[in-house]
Design a protein around this ligand. Structure first.
Ligand code: 4NP
Length: 163
């Protein structure tokens, strides 16, 4: 059993889509029973709300629909619940560590993109699309898809941190 928590800032754009796409991948491959996945934000502003309409749109354009209710990370509870925290950008990663999540349990999503295996950590953000246009949401979708495949491979190969 693997438990993964996808984390961004607001929990309405990036991490809900990453969680939904990863859930779709494991379901499609008959692996759903091996995974528990959720998403959250480091910020509280959108707690209780659904995903951003622009995220819902870009997902639907690629055939993916999902339910979502935003929540803020609860470092103590989530450290007990989840093996690995998958941060969308370096700021999310730093914030999680500052909140007390062990550094060894926090990874950047794009570090799992095989095409970026040799890229420096600071270049591995999924940029926050919130203040931009549709192009940013489309780019976010493709970064998430490229990274989730590698994330799943590493999970199945036992290469992710465990508790
Ligand atoms: P997310 O995007 O972290 O991908 O959900 C954001 C959503 C909202 C805000 C920032 C980022 N905000 O400042 O309200």
């Amino acid at each position: 059993m693997h438990s993964l928590l996808f984390v961004c800032l607001g929990n309405i754009c990036r991490s809900p889509l990453a969680r939904a796409h990863f859930q779709h991948l494991v379901t499609q491959r008959g692996l759903a029973k091996q995974f528990t996945v959720d998403s959250c934000g480091t910020g509280h502003w959108h707690a209780g709300k659904g995903a951003d309409p622009r995220t819902i749109l870009v997902a639907a354009q690629h055939g993916l629909t999902f339910d979502h209710t935003a929540r803020q990370v609860d470092a103590d509870a989530d450290v007990h619940e989840f093996d690995v925290f998958i941060a969308m950008d370096n700021r999310n990663k730093t914030d999680l560590i500052d909140l007390g999540v062990p550094r060894s349990r926090v990874r950047l999503l794009r570090s799992f993109d095989p095409a970026l295996a040799h890229a420096p950590e600071h270049t591995l953000d999924v940029p926050d699309p919130y203040y931009g246009g549709h192009d940013g949401f489309e780019a976010m979708y493709h970064m998430i898809v490229a990274s989730c495949e590698g994330l799943l491979s590493d999970a199945l190969a036992g290469k992710l941190p465990s508790r």
